[in-house]
Unconditional design. Structure first.
Length: 255
């Protein structure tokens, strides 16, 4: 992916950990300048410094909460001011907040899940698209959806609804942005090995045997495998692909 992405400027929300961090590493290794926009300011700064030293590319941390529209707008503006343009947005910030049945789930958790996963993706995508159109360039957005955009699991209603909406937002934005030279796609991973996933396994929230039992390839995805797909979709090699949610699940959803 080195040559096709070299020289581009990318923003990765949720880029301080997990899948987002693997995307930041992949982009930097491909010669991109990267903004890490994350709630975890300390990790964003630490990982930014580390990857910058390893790759020689500029990695700039931004402390933001993507559920705040103003913060998303200001972050995109600052990226444009501080880096050399704006080409790629990867909306990765998010996750599931509490595993509880609908009858017991706090309303605040329902709202917060949608505020981060869906509204954060909308705020950042809209700010990014406006900026790209203004600079008269082309752009690519990749949203991190999930296999749970089309499936359900007990206790994960808010998460599943938010990811279904992210996939629909992906199609809606792709439709309206095509005329502006901005492609919008999503990836839909099954369970991915991340620090957060390890914690959930340790806490008994996720049972590895059950999860892996659904996967013909008999394992979870690695963050780097998801990042490889994300990098392909935001590169010119995917120049005629837009509005898609590409599933990466070792066969989970075949059955
Ligand atoms: N890990 C999985 O199994 C899996 C599977 C499918 C989809 N996903 C999706 O991939 C994305 C990343 O998941 P992960 O497992 O790498 O999670 P993670 O917890 O390892 O990383 C998420 C990052 O997002 C940041 N973040 C959280 N809320 C934020 C907010 N309001 N504003 C800005 N940053 C915020 C966190 O600080 C963290 O750095 C999520 O959207 C998740 O739903 C994960």
């Amino acid at each position: 992916m080195n040559k096709v992405l070299s020289g581009k400027v990318a923003v990765v929300t949720g880029g301080a950990n997990g899948i987002g961090l693997a995307c930041v590493k992949g982009l930097a290794e491909s010669g991109c300048q990267v903004a890490i926009a994350d709630l975890d300011a300390e990790a964003a700064e630490r990982m930014g410094d580390e990857i910058s030293q390893q790759t020689g590319n500029r990695i700039v941390p931004f402390a933001i909460d993507v559920s705040d529209s103003k913060q998303c707008r200001e972050m995109i503006q600052q990226v444009q001011d501080q880096l050399d343009g704006l080409d790629i947005l990867i909306n990765c910030a998010g996750g599931s907040l509490d595993k509880k049945p609908i009858l017991e789930l706090a309303e605040s958790t329902w709202h917060r899940t949608l505020d981060i996963n869906l509204h954060g993706t909308y705020y950042c995508s809209r700010a990014f698209a406006r900026a790209v159109i203004e600079q008269q360039g082309e752009g690519a957005i990749v949203n991190i959806s999930s296999i749970f955009a089309t499936r359900n699991a007990p206790g994960l209603a808010a998460y599943c609804v938010s990811k279904a909406a992210v996939s629909q937002l992906t199609r809606a934005m792709a439709l309206e942005m095509a005329q502006h030279g901005i492609r919008v796609n999503a990836v839909g991973p099954s369970h991915v090995e991340t620090g957060r996933m390890t914690k959930k396994i340790e806490e008994g929230i996720v049972d590895v045997e059950t999860v892996v039992g659904h996967v013909p390839m008999n394992r979870m995805a690695r963050s780097e495998e998801v990042a490889d797909l994300v990098l392909f979709l935001c590169s010119d090699r995917a120049s005629f692909i837009t509005g898609q949610t590409v599933v990466i699940d070792g066969g989970y959803t075949i059955e």
